[in-house]
Unconditional design. Structure first.
Length: 160
């Protein structure tokens, strides 16, 4: 039985988009349908009807969400929609060496507001430190375990 999920990409320089593409390549042919959306112009309506989402975002400046993610993040804060029918995973990209105090804050901010609004996170987040491992490589490894957890959570059998 197939399932689908949407990757929401918050990026300033394109690295998070590269990570999303690598995830799509890794999961191609695994019995799932993946839609990738840049957060540009998105608002909380993207979560209408619920579903499964993977939030993949870098952190910009001093712990800020990327410019293309601000509208969605601020919309969640102000509109406060009920996300109880949303399940999600989380990938944060950052630089621990340069920004130790604000490492992966954008992902942590999304995680906080999603949880407050009733969404359920599946699995532990991936917080990639660009100084230690290429984000697309680490995410490609991490996604394998996340998909196993999602299948267990949703009761979806592994494709033969």
């Amino acid at each position: 039985m197939a399932f689908e999920f949407t990757i929401l990409v918050g990026t300033q320089t394109g690295v998070a988009q590269l990570v999303a593409q690598e995830i799509e390549l890794r999961l191609d042919g695994e019995g799932m349908h993946i839609t990738t959306l840049l957060m540009d112009e998105l608002d909380p309506g993207v979560f209408d009807g619920g579903g499964l989402f993977l939030i993949c975002t870098s952190t910009y400046g001093q712990g800020d969400v990327p410019d293309n993610a601000k509208q969605l993040y601020e919309g969640l804060l102000t509109l406060r929609p009920d996300l109880s029918n949303v399940r999600y995973g989380l990938i944060g990209l950052g630089d621990k060496g340069t920004h130790a105090n604000t490492f992966c804050f954008a992902a942590k901010k999304f995680d906080g507001v999603m949880s407050e609004l009733g969404a359920m996170r599946i699995g532990e987040p991936l917080f990639n430190d660009s100084n230690t491992e290429l984000p697309e490589d680490e995410a490609a490894e991490w996604i394998e375990g996340w998909i196993v957890l999602v299948r267990q959570h949703l009761g979806v059998e592994t494709s033969a």
